[in-house]
Design a protein around this ligand. Structure first.
Ligand SMILES: O=C(O)CCC(=O)C(=O)O
Ligand SMILES: [Fe+2]
Length: 366
């Protein structure tokens, strides 16, 4: 993405600090100013637009915490309940060693500290140049701007050989965290699909390391007076997501009409249901909208592992075996079709329509 040019305007009085003079930061402030000028809103309107639900989003929520050391059988009911009622929960004693998460955090800080020009120009390690992202390339309005940068890394089936350079150490820690998170995600997804499994191919077995992604997120401090989304409201397009966040906070989930701030717990991993699992479970599990609010004072780091199936994996709504066999609420689709539809919707309308596109008219709530 090219930096949007900064445009001077009286409305830019809303901006207090310049973040862009730190040479490691992407030009988010320049983009912000550009969008602000484009939107022709004055500072007061802008504040109202972004923060109209602020009083609700101050409410904090402690997500259900499930201690996995009690064993799969003991946890099964709690996991199923949390995924149905909340779509989000936390796990402790999850099998991803804390020392490994700390090592990844240090590597992540070092990777993002590099000059923006370098991050934009040169691939990180052996990842493709497209894995580095910042802001929202398609944003035409301020509310569509994500005040963050990320490495979105497609995983491979093989682990590169170990050597001793610092780059290779970073590569190895990324691989080790991915492997551990992938095992955890497989286990949790396996528990969630167990009740609903039909005779057909089990979609979880179509999620292999090489179809999954790891995303390293950094949210720079945001000096815009009206605040900004670190990550715009969205649902995840995958089957299941696992997130590790630091202690800064900023993640919020949508609950009915309110936004609830998730109390950070760096000792736990956050698990959330993705769109594919919602459709596959015929709405038994919920893919809940979430967002990140950028902090004015602190930068924030998080890591997200996306459990995704192969492109040709079929997502067909399952009906629970013992139930009264309600009608499927979604047309069947492959993950590839889902991704293409999202890409097309974003290209044409600027936003993801997601599962709405595949919902069968008249079946269940939108
Ligand atoms: O940073 C976080 O806490 C959430 C990240 C997230 O939602 C995502 O990468 O999809
Ligand atoms: Fe997400």
């Amino acid at each position: 993405m090219q930096a949007a040019s900064a445009t001077s305007s009286s409305s830019t009085a809303a901006i207090m600090n310049e973040n862009d003079d730190d040479d490691s930061n992407p030009p988010l402030m320049a983009t912000y100013k550009h969008l602000l000028a484009e939107s022709r809103l004055d500072a007061d309107d802008r504040t109202t637009t972004m923060m109209d639900d602020d009083h609700h989003s101050r409410r904090c929520v402690v997500l259900p915490v499930i201690d996995l050391q009690h064993g799969e059988e003991q946890c099964r009911a709690a996991i199923v309940r949390a995924a149905s009622e909340w779509g989000f929960f936390q796990v402790t004693n999850h099998g991803v060693p804390q020392a490994l998460l700390d090592e990844l955090h240090d590597a992540q800080v070092a990777v993002f500290r590099r000059p923006f020009k370098l991050k934009e120009r040169e691939p990180l390690l052996d990842f493709s140049p497209e894995s580095y992202r910042w802001g929202t390339p398609t944003a035409t309005r301020l509310e569509q701007l994500s005040w963050s940068e990320a490495y979105h890394i497609p995983l491979t089936g093989t682990t590169p050989p170990a050597t001793s350079s610092s780059g290779d150490k970073t590569r190895l820690v990324i691989e080790d965290v991915s492997t551990a998170m992938s095992e955890l995600a497989q286990k949790l997804a396996g528990i969630l699909v167990a009740d609903l499994r039909g005779d057909e191919e089990n979609v979880v077995s179509r999620c292999t390391r090489s179809t999954c992604f790891l995303r390293l997120n950094r949210y720079p401090p945001c000096g815009a007076a009206g605040g900004a989304f670190g990550l715009c409201p969205h649902t995840d397009s995958d089957f299941l997501t696992i997130v590790h966040q630091d202690g800064v906070g900023g993640l919020q989930i949508r609950n009915d009409e309110r936004w609830l701030a998730v109390e950070p717990n760096p000792g736990a991993l956050i698990v959330n249901v993705g769109d594919l699992l919602q459709a596959w479970s015929n709405d038994r599990y919920r893919s809940v909208e979430h967002r990140v609010m950028a902090s004015a004072a602190s930068e924030r780091f998080s890591v997200a592992f996306f459990l995704c199936p192969a492109d040709d994996a079929l997502i067909r709504p399952r009906i629970s075996a013992g139930g009264d066999r309600p009608a499927p609420r979604y047309k069947s689709f492959t993950f590839g079709e889902y991704r293409n539809q999202i890409r097309e919707d974003v290209r044409l309308t600027g936003r993801k329509m997601g599962l709405q596109r595949f919902r069968i008219q008249g079946e269940g709530p939108l």
